[in-house]
Design a protein around this ligand. Structure first.
Ligand code: HEC
Length: 132
């Protein structure tokens, strides 16, 4: 297990070298955690994250509140409150606080999917949002 980590970090660096800052740090952590859990290398996919983000479940998709273009400000479908853009390129505060990110992943995944999001799904979403 110890041996896959350097290889994983290297692979992550080359796959996501366009992503920088806090989002890159978060993505690397999520991938490392998901890989430990799976016992094999897991990497976030922007295209899977894109599909995941826009797929409507029972009632909502992630884009219901965060808009189809997450570089735009969103709006909460229930309260009507404005939500700052989800893409780090449009809102540098995104993914700067792991506890906060975890909390909202838990809450929003529960609301949209009726379950928590897997580490792989979280990595995909972060890869997608960071690539915008
Ligand atoms: C019912 C409205 C709603 C839906 C649907 C929704 N979200 Fe959110 N989301 C919010 C609100 C409100 C916040 C907190 C305000 C903010 O961060 O600007 C938030 C924040 C987040 C954050 C915090 C990011 C950070 O670190 O700053 C993540 C991650 C997130 N949402 C992911 C998702 C994902 C993934 C989905 C789809 C499974 C989703 N959201 C669907 C309302 C929603």
């Amino acid at each position: 297990m110890k041996r896959i980590l350097p290889a994983l970090l290297l692979a992550t660096f080359f796959t996501h070298s366009a992503i920088a800052g806090p989002a890159a740090t978060l993505l690397t952590s999520l991938e490392a955690e998901a890989s430990r859990q799976a016992g094999s290398t897991v990497s976030g996919s922007a295209s899977r994250g894109d599909a995941f983000f826009h797929t409507r479940r029972a009632e909502w998709s992630c884009s219901s509140c965060h808009t189809a273009d997450p570089r735009q400000a969103g709006r909460h479908v229930v309260t009507g409150k404005s939500i700052r853009p989800m893409a780090p390129a449009a809102n540098p505060e995104r993914f700067t606080d792991r506890a906060r990110t975890d909390k909202w992943f838990r809450r929003n995944c529960q609301d949209v999917l009726g379950r928590t999001c897997s580490l792989q799904e979280q990595a995909d979403v972060v890869a997608y949002l960071s690539a915008l």
